[in-house]
Structure formats: C-alpha cells, structure tokens
Design a protein around this ligand. Structure first.
Ligand code: GTP
Length: 268
C-alpha cells in the first residue's frame, strides 16, 4: 500500500470534517466558534465540558476562484509550512464517551459558505439561509464538526478523549497572555506528540489581535518554534493572527484549514 493510499482517507460521499478546538482557558475558543457560526460573542461563559457545533461549508471549485485563493499566506501576519504529511499510525478505536459526566453537549447545524462567513463574521448577522446548502455543479459542500473543549487546567486532562478521527486541530492562543506562552508551547508540543493527532492539520490562531499588548503571529510563531522545531517539519500547519471580537483573520484561516484538509483526505 503506497503512502498516498494511506494518507488519503476516502470518506465516501459524506465529506465530513472533524475539527478539534483546543487551547488554554480564556484563549477565545468559544468566541471563535460562535463567530464562525455567526452568533453574538459579547457574552461567553467558560466551557466546563465541551460543545459540538456543525457548520456546512461550501467550497467553490477553480472556475469560481475560491479554491485558487491564496489566503494571503504571504502576508506579514501569516506563515505556513506545507510539507508531506507523515503516515498515520494504526489508530486504536476508542469510545469518545468519557468520564467527564458533567459535559455540556450542544449541537447546532449552520449552513454557510466562504462569502457568507465573511459577511457573517463582520456583521454578526443571523446565519445565512439554508439556500446555501443547494450546491451548484462547481461547488462542494463539507460538513464541519467543531468540537470546542474547555481549556481550564482541570479539563485539559480530558482533551485526549476527543482526539479520535480528528482531521484538523485548531489551537487558539490569547496573544496578550505573554506570561503563559511557555505553558502554551508545552501544551501544544504535548498534543502534537499524540499518535491519534499525527495526521491532523494544525491551524494556530493567534487570537485577541485587537488588544494593544498582543504579540503578533510572527512573534508567537517564534515562541512556539513553529519554524525551527522538528515536530513541525512533517506537519501541515499555519498560523493566523485573528480577533474573535472583530472577526479579523478568521475567514482566511478557516478557508486555509478546509482547503488543506480536503486536498489531503478526500480523493473525489
Ligand atoms: N479583546 C478580545 N477578547 C476576546 C477575544 N476572544 C475572546 N475574548 C474574551 O476572552 C474571554 C474568554 O473567551 P472564551 O471564548 O470563553 O475563551 P475559551 O478559550 O473558550 O475559554 P475556556 O472555555 O475557559 O476554555 C471572554 O471574556 C471573551 O470575551 C478577542 O479576540 N479579543
């Protein structure tokens, strides 16, 4: 069996993508998830368990430009390293039911496309109409399952219960929380050593760029060693500066993530 065969998971027609959203407490994971869904972000509560949201995301094929969009990857605030993915190890199937009985479980489905998400994020309007789900010939619908897991230290021990079948890891950082950058670096490094996350695309979101004392995404990339550490060499990753408050940076980041995952795991 060739490496390509191992890497390209054929997911039949379902085109489902599982995204795991992790990061320290107060990083902005829930706010970002809400922004993706076009929901107001003014009032968010700490996540004491997890929340699952579903987002239908439409990608337009080459003729309509979306697939060809470069996402501003050459901009000052963004760095990418696209390398060959390492083979996924044999993944032991584990039951995702975990021992955190008090978990919040919230499931919502929203239909959206890239153009819509831009509008949604910038205006906080209600989610776009379901008409978006009626794809044209040049469009492909992907169903994103967003798993937002609490980041408090007592909950981090349970993160491992959610690793299974993760296609993309969104790691959110409070860019103004300079004192905890070392802890951030340690937590991310530990995550990337997990066998069940070996094949996952990594999107680092340097959140809270609206705050004056926020580190830039370049500074955070240096703190994390994204360009220097060996563990990132065989990983598809990107870092985007963003703000869950304004929505800045989020559409491009999500588009990059979906593009990377879909080109990696779907054959058709
Ligand atoms: N200024 C600013 N504040 C933000 C931003 N994103 C989130 N916040 C605030 O940061 C706090 C934490 O946001 P959450 O979305 O709850 O963070 P979380 O990572 O889900 O936190 P846990 O559930 O504890 O893991 C809230 O007060 C948010 O309003 C941002 O981009 N800019």
């Amino acid at each position: 069996m060739g490496l390509l065969t191992i890497l390209k998971k054929v997911k039949e027609d379902e085109k489902e993508i599982r995204l795991l959203i992790l990061g320290l407490d107060n990083a902005g994971k829930t706010s970002i998830t809400k922004k993706f869904l076009g929901q107001p972000v003014e009032t968010v509560e700490p996540t004491l368990g997890f929340s699952i949201q579903t987002l239908d995301y439409i990608v337009r094929n080459s003729n309509s430009g979306s697939r060809e969009h470069t996402n501003g990857l050459d901009s000052d605030t963004t760095k990418t390293a696209a390398t060959e993915t390492i083979a996924e190890g044999e993944q032991e199937q584990k039951d995702n039911n975990n021992d955190n009985d008090n978990n919040e479980k919230d499931t919502t489905t929203t239909t959206i496309d890239h153009g819509a998400i831009q509008q949604c994020i910038s205006t906080n309007n209600a989610v776009p109409p379901a008409a978006f789900s009626n794809c044209h010939d040049d469009e492909q619908l992907y169903r994103l399952h967003l798993w937002d897991i609490g980041g408090q230290s007592s909950i981090r021990a349970y993160w491992r219960n959610y690793f299974e079948k993760t296609d993309g890891l969104i790691f959110v950082i409070d860019s103004s929380d300079k004192h905890r950058m070392e802890l951030v670096q340690e937590e991310l490094s530990t995550l990337l050593q997990q066998e069940r996350l070996q094949g996952a695309t990594l999107l680092v979101l340097a959140n809270k760029q609206d705050l004056k004392n926020a580190l830039t995404s370049d500074e955070i990339a240096t703190e994390l060693g994204l360009n220097s550490k060996i563990q990132y060499r065989n990983r598809h990753w990107a870092i985007y500066g963003c703000s869950a408050m304004s929505g800045q940076g989020l559409p491009e980041a999500l588009e990059w993530l979906v593009q990377d995952i879909t080109s990696r795991i779907f054959l058709f």
